[in-house]
Write a new protein. Structure first.
Length: 139
């Protein structure tokens, strides 16, 4: 009887432990403060295994004494088994002051996830940019 209880207890503990998902792990971060101008494409992460990643980006407009003009467009680029580059962008302008985006992507080992920032030639305000990549799962 005690043995049966012990077996049932062990099964409950094992079932409970497997029910809890593993927490995402931060695998890359970018913090760029007081930026002005475009940012050329740069590698955010070059995965060593196939996987699914959550990318969170946040940009904020910094105060200026001039009338701010234009907009900045941060972008994330990746590809997967389709061999087609995918782009996720969000816009930040002086009216909205902040912009953010979250996307979940799947990419393959050796295929980098890249970020860049574009803006119009008249864009005249500084910004802070924060990007975090979390690994959700691997193959």
């Amino acid at each position: 009887m005690k043995r049966n209880r012990l077996i049932v207890l062990c099964l409950i503990v094992l079932a409970s432990a497997s029910a809890f998902a593993q927490s995402p792990v931060i695998v890359a971060q970018v913090t760029l403060l007081n930026q002005f101008g475009k940012i050329a494409p740069a590698t955010l992460l070059n995965p060593t295994t196939n996987g699914v990643y959550r990318i969170t980006g946040y940009m904020t407009v910094l105060p200026t004494d001039k009338k701010p003009l234009g907009k900045w467009d941060p972008s994330i680029v990746w590809d997967d088994e389709t061999n087609i580059f995918q782009t996720f962008s969000w816009e930040v302008n002086p009216t909205q002051r902040t912009g953010q985006g979250v996307i979940v992507v799947r990419t393959l080992a050796g295929r980098p996830i890249v970020y860049y920032v574009n803006g119009g030639s008249a864009t005249n305000f500084n910004y802070d940019l924060f990007i975090t990549v979390e690994q959700l799962e691997t193959d």
